[in-house]
Design a protein around this ligand. Structure first.
Ligand code: ADP
Ligand code: MG
Length: 249
């Protein structure tokens, strides 16, 4: 904790203190996240790793304001999330956070360009020029008028990433973004995250993919809802475990 004082003065993107989440399932209680304290700094690239059921998605959903913690505090971009009204929280989520999921979540009846534009329409700030800029950034200009079913998985995920960037978020959250991709397509997604981060985007990604975890600046491991910060050597000793989990499920 003494290390904290040596940090330069800078607002964190995420600041979680004692964050916990208990799910109630009938008479059973599941402590999915147990007293997690961590920060994500501007320009950071953080990977959350850990076995299935460890609480990774729970943590990401809390940070993304898609769910409320059972206890603890969460600050996003300097704002205490629990002090915000429902409308303010919705706006924060819509305007400052981009989401990418394992299953892409594209709308099948819309074209690529329409999928990418969607967040700007919800925000009532249409920006057609930005759609094409983003499609160029992810290398999918030639696909702009195609529908999702005409794309490969890797292309679908690049569309989802472009969509996540539409409202110029301060934080990109991704939950196992390469989980449904073969290694070649996965590699392209890792390169894209790496490039976006180099351009200044703050990235928090849940992953079982060893190469993606390595591309991050630092790794956080969750086991049974408890959080551990990993060093590079720790990560190497986890390599075998992580590799085991990359196989088809
Ligand atoms: P991970 O993403 O690491 O696989 P999750 O965060 O999805 O883990 O889940 C952590 C634990 O919380 C698991 O035991 C899971 O079954 C439980 N859990 C997750 N979501 C819910 C929910 N909505 N209701 C009840 N239990 C849940
Ligand atoms: Mg999960």
């Amino acid at each position: 904790m003494g290390m904290k004082q040596s940090r330069p003065q800078m607002d964190s993107v995420v600041s979680a203190v004692g964050l916990s989440k208990v799910y109630v399932r009938g008479r059973e209680q599941v402590k999915a996240l147990d007293n997690a304290t961590f920060d994500v700094w501007p320009g950071d690239f953080v990977a959350i790793i850990g076995p299935s059921g460890a609480g990774k998605s729970t943590l990401l959903n809390l940070v993304g304001c898609m769910d409320a913690p059972s206890s603890g505090t969460l600050k996003l971009l300097g704002q205490s999330v629990e002090e915000l009204s429902e409308a303010e929280r919705t706006r924060l989520r819509r305007d400052r956070i981009g989401f990418v999921f394992q299953h892409f979540g594209l709308i099948p009846t819309l074209t690529v360009a329409e999928n990418v534009a969607l967040p700007s329409l919800f925000a009532r700030r249409p920006a057609p020029a930005r759609v094409d800029e983003l499609l160029a950034k992810v290398g999918l200009e030639p696909r702009r008028d195609h529908r999702p079913h005409e794309l490969s998985g890797g292309e679908m995920q690049r569309v989802a990433i472009a969509r996540a960037l539409m409202n110029q978020p301060s934080l990109l959250l991704a939950d196992e973004p390469t989980g449904n991709l073969d290694s070649v397509n996965g590699e392209a997604i890792i390169e894209l995250f790496d490039r976006l981060n180099r351009e200044g985007l703050t990235v928090l990604v849940v992953t079982h993919n060893h190469a993606l975890a390595e591309a991050a600046h630092r790794q956080i491991e969750l086991i049974d809802g408890r959080l551990h910060n990993l060093s590079k050597t720790d990560l190497q000793s986890r390599r075998q475990l992580v590799n085991l989990q990359t196989g088809p499920t």
